[in-house]
Design a protein around this ligand. Structure first.
Ligand SMILES: Nc1ncnc2c1ncn2[C@@H]1O[C@H](COP(=O)(O)OP(=O)(O)OP(=O)(O)O)[C@@H](O)[C@H]1O
Length: 593
């Protein structure tokens, strides 16, 4: 289970059992609302806090869950459980459709898209025939479960908070899995995640549907608790309030979702009582207060209140991952090494134009197994562009690239990664808040199979242990064992580059592409990196490396390709390149050694 959630989960379960017996009716009903909002907010942690997709429209999915059961139970006489099923199916279908339409939008266009459908669905609830207009549908039946009629606040307290506990457990397991790492990788954009073999479109759609389904469950509970539904609780205002909750509590933490739901609900109740007394008249003054609070929160506690609470309450602190299971984990299957000295990747006539600028002009390159090929050239020569063309990050303007005899130009970076090409980036792309171990484990994404259901139920323990064991092995291999549990962002930049190499190795590639791996490394660290690359070469791995450090490179590379102005200037053995007059003149300025 997710280490971050153990204590919050225990608190929730204890609360679910004890609170209904001891709390007065008013507070119990308030607590029930906190639970209902928590279910929605927990989904938003997955979607927004972890996945980075901001939605203002979650309240509309709560409405679909509520209206589906309201219609089926009052107009067709069906059981609330069938109402729940119908609500989930309808929500799933609508979320799939909306997700396919809006998740392609990036940046601020996505939140604007969610506003659009959030508002549309709200007006649909008020205007569709059979939904009772803006006065709504009443007389919903009670939920019954194995002879237990869930009707009093106490009954709902138990049901709601048991569901909150179950959702926290499912999400904590999911976040701690291979799929969870893929979701976290979405936050920094899709480039790195796709290069690690993650289908970002799939991950985005699935978390969108997951969050929508949780909202629908909350709507179902709400409808039967109130025995009445009308459109007002599903308006865009409520969608914004759900966002407030996770922002205040801590958008990327499950404990923060529950805390945020409690804070907003409690504060709103208190302010609605106190502010009219201060201002001498009724009005939505609490909205002004919340606006101010959010600004303060964004200024001074951007991670929300939960991390502040955790830092002051020792028993809430995350515990280090128990690594004993990794020692006995079965190794992941490995690709058989290829015979050394054979052409692995062949690029011919590769041209890339950015408008009028020709960044790569008729470039050709052959990378062989068991060899380290260096790609050098002055700044702006087109090396990184060539890297991006070889790894499918950019489409070619013309030319062809073959990998193991198969055309790969035109394939997505994810498909190219799946064939056995793994890379590091010129500008490090790690998830800074995630541990080194988890960052590296992301490299093995394609070597695991567990999906959302198995991960949520934590039925993938053996596979997860194998993935983490492989990540730990690669971290030890690159010499960063003592930083295994440190947050990747806390490492020096040079070390972060080495973490990227470990992550790339975790994919078990045939070809490793390293963009300036020695930049920022100290002398001893460079020596260790050179040793590692030589060992990889001896194992049959092909390496293509862009590097500016000539001392490091010339002692290591088997073959050097020199680029200038997007074209190949020269290629050959390091000693030939060091004496090539064209290279000396154009690039090395006469000082190669
Ligand atoms: N996405 C892009 N859009 C427009 N121009 C680009 C783009 N990417 C690169 N370029 C241009 O293409 C040329 C080659 O850039 P590239 O980054 O490939 O060079 P480089 O050899 O890797 O340089 P450096 O060593 O500084 O990283 C540069 O003139 C750059 O400005």
């Amino acid at each position: 289970m997710h280490r971050r959630v153990v204590m919050p989960l225990i608190l929730v379960v204890m609360g679910a059992l004890i609170a209904p017996r001891v709390l007065p009716e008013y507070y119990l009903s308030l607590l029930n609302y906190v639970g209902l909002y928590s279910i929605v907010a927990l989904g938003m942690v997955l979607l927004t806090g972890v996945g980075g997709l901001t939605s203002f429209g979650q309240a509309a999915f709560v409405g679909i869950g509520a209206y589906a059961t309201a219609v089926l139970t009052t107009q067709m006489g069906l059981s609330p459980w069938l109402g729940l099923m119908a609500g989930l199916v309808i929500t799933g279908l609508i979320a799939t459709l909306l997700g396919l339409l809006t998740l392609r939008l990036s940046g601020h266009y996505l939140p604007i898209g969610t506003l659009a459908w959030g508002i549309s669905l709200y007006y649909l609830f008020g205007n569709l025939p059979n939904l009772g207009g803006f006065s709504g549908i009443s007389h919903l039946p009670a939920i019954t479960l194995f002879g237990w009629t869930v009707s009093s606040s106490q009954d709902f307290g138990v049901l709601i908070w048991v569901i909150v506990g179950a959702v926290m457990w499912l999400l904590s397991n999911l976040l701690d899995s291979r799929e969870g790492r893929a979701i976290r990788a979405l936050f920094g954009g899709s480039v790195m995640a796709e290069a690690m073999g993650v289908s970002t479109a799939r991950s985005k759609l699935l978390i969108f549907i997951y969050a929508a389904l949780l909202a629908a469950v909350s709507g179902w509970l709400y409808a039967h608790m109130q025995r009445f539904v009308n459109p007002s609780p599903f308006s865009i205002n409520m969608g914004i309030e759900y966002l407030f909750m996770i922002l205040l509590g801590g958008a990327s933490t499950l404990g923060g979702a529950v805390l945020g739901a409690a804070m907003v609900t409690g504060l709103k109740e208190w302010l609605q009582g106190i502010l009219p007394m201060l201002f001498g008249q009724n009005g939505n003054y609490e909205a002004i207060f919340f606006g101010g609070l959010i600004i303060l929160c964004l200024l001074y506690a951007r991670q929300g209140v939960w991390p502040v609470v955790v830092s002051r309450v020792p028993f809430l602190r995350p515990r280090a991952r128990n690594l004993t299971a990794l020692k006995t984990a079965a190794p992941l299957p490995q690709k058989a090494p290829l015979p050394a000295g054979e052409p692995l990747l062949v690029a011919e006539g590769v041209t890339k134009k950015f408008g009028g600028l020709v960044a790569n002009n008729n470039m050709s390159l052959t990378i062989k197994t068991g060899q380290i090929t260096a790609l050098i050239g002055p700044n702006g020569a087109g090396k990184s562009t060539l890297f991006n063309l070889l790894t499918g990050l950019l489409p070619l303007t013309s030319g062809k690239i073959e990998f193991r005899g198969q055309r790969i130009d035109g394939l997505s970076s994810r498909k190219i990664a799946a064939l056995g090409v793994s890379r590091s980036f010129q500008h490090v792309r790690l998830i800074p808040t995630m541990s080194v171990l988890e960052n590296v484990a992301l490299g093995a994404h394609r070597r695991g199979l567990a999906g959302y259901i198995r991960s949520g139920l934590h039925l993938e323990r053996a596979e997860e242990a194998s993935i983490l064991a492989e990540a730990a092995r690669q971290i030890e291999r690159v010499g960063l064992a003592k930083h295994m549990h440190d947050a990747a962002g806390s490492l020096a930049l040079g070390q972060q580059r080495i973490v990227e190499i470990a992550r790339a190795l975790c994919a078990d590639p045939y070809l490793l592409l390293l963009d300036e791996p020695a930049a920022g490394l100290r002398h001893l660290e460079k020596e260790a990196l050179a040793e590692l690359l030589m060992r990889l070469r001896a194992e049959g791995m092909a390496v293509l490396m862009v590097e500016h450090d000539m001392d490091f490179l010339m002692g290591l590379a088997d073959y050097v390709v020199v680029m200038e102005f997007g074209q190949k200037l020269a290629e050959g053995l390091p000693e030939e390149i060091q004496e090539n007059p064209k290279v000396l003149a154009a690039y090395l300025g006469g000082d190669v050694a």
